[in-house]
Design a binder for this molecule. Structure first.
Ligand SMILES: [Zn+2]
Ligand SMILES: [Zn+2]
Length: 273
């Protein structure tokens, strides 16, 4: 029949995968943007910006929003506008003068990334994304532990992040240049090492930044991921806030298994109000 003939003549679709229409749209309309080596940096910094803004507003309102302020972990320590501006501009400065040049140098050395025609399956996004997060979590756990045990490394590389004992959203990327470059390198290389689809990589980038911001919001909100994911698999704000109060505890950024295995897990002290 004509229908069968048309089916044979028409070029076969790349796939019937759920994410294929979205992937095709990105390839056809935004290829220069998504294949630019600057895209991951842009994506990372803009997600950081948009995820942090609501919490920065919450920090400025403070006690004026009692329904949320009741969840503040260290109510006696409220960040000032000056502290927020300092952290934000530190991150902006470091991205502009260090991350961007490193990426530009990288494009001159490394081969240009190729965009596959086929979209990933949602299952691939989930499994490869989880593998990337687990690998990063392990790398950062080891790095973080070493940088707290070695006095010189702590002083010159990690101490900047501990300037504030009570974290707030903009303090997430209050990092020294070597620390930012290290986490940036892992974020870039881990998905390549694990052969992730670009779409998986971007989803993982955005998701990991959301988790890093959640770690630092300074509020133990009942709907954050550490409360939604069962069995305390994720540390979230309670664990990381405790790390800023008691820096020899809770070294993992996302998951809690390494801290439990190595005996560095310390639960958040119940606040006395
Ligand atoms: Zn921190
Ligand atoms: Zn630390």
């Amino acid at each position: 029949s004509f229908g069968e003939l048309a089916f044979q003549i028409l070029p076969s679709k790349t796939s019937d995968r759920l994410l294929q229409p979205l992937w095709d749209y990105l390839l056809f309309h935004h290829l220069p943007l998504i294949s630019s080596p600057l895209f991951p940096v842009l994506l990372a910094f803009s997600s950081y910006f948009f995820f942090s803004i609501p919490f920065a507003i919450l920090d400025l309102l403070g006690e004026k929003v009692p329904s949320l302020y009741q969840y503040k972990i260290q109510p006696q320590r409220q960040p000032t506008l000056r502290m927020m501006a300092k952290s934000f501009f530190t991150a902006l400065f470091n991205h502009f003068f260090f991350v961007l040049p490193a990426v530009i140098i990288g494009t001159l050395i490394l081969p240009a990334p190729t965009m596959p025609q086929e979209a990933p399956t949602p299952y691939e996004v989930l499994i490869d994304g989880l593998a990337t997060l687990l690998l990063f979590d392990t790398q950062y756990y080891i790095w973080h532990f070493i940088h707290h045990k070695h006095p010189q490394l702590y002083r010159y590389v990690h101490a900047i992040h501990h300037e504030y004992a009570a974290p707030f959203s903009w303090s997430t990327e209050h990092l020294s240049i070597p620390e930012l470059m290290t986490v940036g390198l892992w974020s870039n290389q881990d998905p390549i090492f694990l052969k992730c689809h670009p779409m998986t990589t971007w989803c993982t980038t955005v998701f990991s930044i959301w988790m890093s911001v959640e770690d630092h919001v300074g509020y133990d909100l009942p709907w954050t991921l550490n409360h939604l994911v069962p069995f305390g698999l994720l540390g979230g704000a309670p664990a990381h806030d405790m790390h800023h109060q008691k820096p020899s505890s809770n070294f993992a950024p996302f998951f809690s298994h390494w801290d439990i295995i190595f005996g560095t897990a310390v639960p958040l002290k119940k606040k006395l109000r």
